[in-house]
Design a protein around this ligand. Structure first.
Ligand code: SF4
Length: 427
């Protein structure tokens, strides 16, 4: 279930049904204001709603003053071991403080930070890590690591409640994806507070993104999690933001920028589609709207499979075609496919978001398409379409489908989806 409670981190609402907030952490020395601010700006540009900065020294807490004044997004101070740095961070304008009550020096020091946060109206993030659980849970950690994480989190929640403080979110992080999923599911049933999701030390851009997508994606699809941070072994924090957005976009929880759809390619491909897709992805990053752009490796299927796309291309060895909403727009030489695609997209914006059609060019493209289409070819897309059609018929029965060894699947019931009503998407 989504958290019942909501907190406000410097104007960004977290929990209580608010859109899942994207955050990351700077990799620079926080006291290096110039480098930290430059990274914050790159992260904000990539779509970070919030940014966290490590505050291990006095100079870092001091630097927060300047960073807070110049950052376009709220700053969370990340504190370990030293509660006076938490107090200074609050005084210096941090929008939130992340602390692990287990390593801050005892309940009195936790109470001191909580009192300062309450007085300043600053929320806290209570962070529990599998690597730093309280000593009395070590045995439980050995026998049941998931329960140990959840117990630590619940104990900290009880400590906050005892201090009459409810302005917090909580995170439990583990390097294990199954433990991350299991512990957050368990915690979400036990507490009403917002949950921060992440797989800690997830790894490189490739493995870490996949682990995070599986772990966080599973939880978010279950409607668990109110803010996310992707942890990747890279100095480029904005890469973490991009991955977070791709996860949220894939689940249709939030929208940001264009959506690129591309076929997987197969032996029918006759042009250099992998580099074309990369170029399109890079150039699309400059467009703010959630337009859908489709790249088909060949025209054997026609363009029916991509009829929902706002714009698309399909190519062959010497020529290809630009299309929009399932209708041909123009035929172009293969080497000009990408430039012409973007010329059409720009024309669309210049015309007040209207697709501009040249009837003669469209007719030439339709002719090219007719020559390249093959209604009989058993392509990956056709097999998928047949599978979907059989699913709709609830039981299939299509002879060709059965001959191809495809079993009909039950269609997804969006209304029954656990995240129904929480998706922030176009109608
Ligand atoms: S048949 Fe489908 S997967 Fe193969 S190149 Fe054509 S569009 Fe791509």
């Amino acid at each position: 279930m989504a958290s019942e409670r909501q907190i406000n981190v410097g104007g960004v609402l977290i929990g209580g049904g608010a859109p899942v907030a994207v955050q990351t952490m700077t990799k620079t020395e926080t006291a290096n204001v110039e480098a930290t601010l430059a990274q914050i700006l790159r992260c904000a540009d990539a779509g970070a709603d919030l940014i966290r900065c490590a505050v291990p020294r006095e100079a870092d807490a001091e630097a927060l003053k300047m960073l807070v004044a110049q950052s376009p997004i709220p700053i969370i101070a990340d504190i370990h071991f030293n509660h006076t740095l938490a107090l200074k961070s609050i005084a210096n304008g941090a929008a939130c403080v992340r602390l692990n009550p287990g390593n801050i020096g005892g309940p009195e020091k936790v109470a001191e930070v909580v009192a300062a946060a309450a007085a300043a109206g600053v929320p806290l993030r209570i962070g529990v890590n599998s690597g730093s659980l309280p000593k009395h849970l070590m045995e439980l950690e050995f026998s049941d690591p998931v329960e140990a994480l959840v117990t630590a989190a619940v104990e900290f929640v009880e400590l906050m409640e005892k201090l009459e403080f409810s302005n917090f979110k909580i995170s439990m992080k583990s390097t294990s994806v199954p433990n991350t999923i299991a512990s957050n599911r368990r915690l979400a049933e036990r507490i009403p507070y917002p949950i921060h999701l992440g797989v800690t030390e997830a790894g490189t851009r490739w493995t870490g993104s996949l682990k995070s997508a599986v772990g966080l994606g599973t939880l978010l699809a279950d409607n668990i999690g109110d803010t996310v941070r992707i942890s990747l072994s890279t100095f480029h924090a904005e890469e973490e933001v991009k991955v977070a957005w791709e996860i949220l976009k894939a689940l249709k929880l939030r929208e940001r920028g264009p959506v690129l759809i591309a076929c997987p390619t197969c032996g029918r491909l006759q042009f250099d589609m992998d580099s074309v897709v990369i170029e399109i992805e890079e150039r699309l990053a400059a467009y703010p709207d959630a337009i859908e752009v489709s790249v088909l490796g060949c025209a054997v299927n026609g363009i029916g499979e991509a009829r929902h796309a706002d714009f698309g291309i399909t190519g062959a060895k010497d020529a290809g075609m630009i299309f929009s909403k399932g209708e041909p727009l123009k035929k172009v030489p293969t080497e000009r496919l990408v430039d012409e695609l973007f010329a059409e997209i720009d024309r669309y914006y210049d015309s007040g978001k209207t697709v501009v059609r040249d009837e003669a060019a469209a007719a030439e493209a339709a002719e090219w398409l007719a020559e390249n289409e093959d209604a009989e070819a058993m392509t990956p897309e056709r097999l998928a379409a047949m599978e979907a059609e059989a699913s709709e018929k609830a039981g299939g029965g299509d002879d060709v489908l059965q001959a191809a060894g495809i079993t009909a699947k039950k269609p997804i019931d969006e209304d029954a989806s656990p995240s129904a009503g929480r998706r922030f998407t176009r109608s």
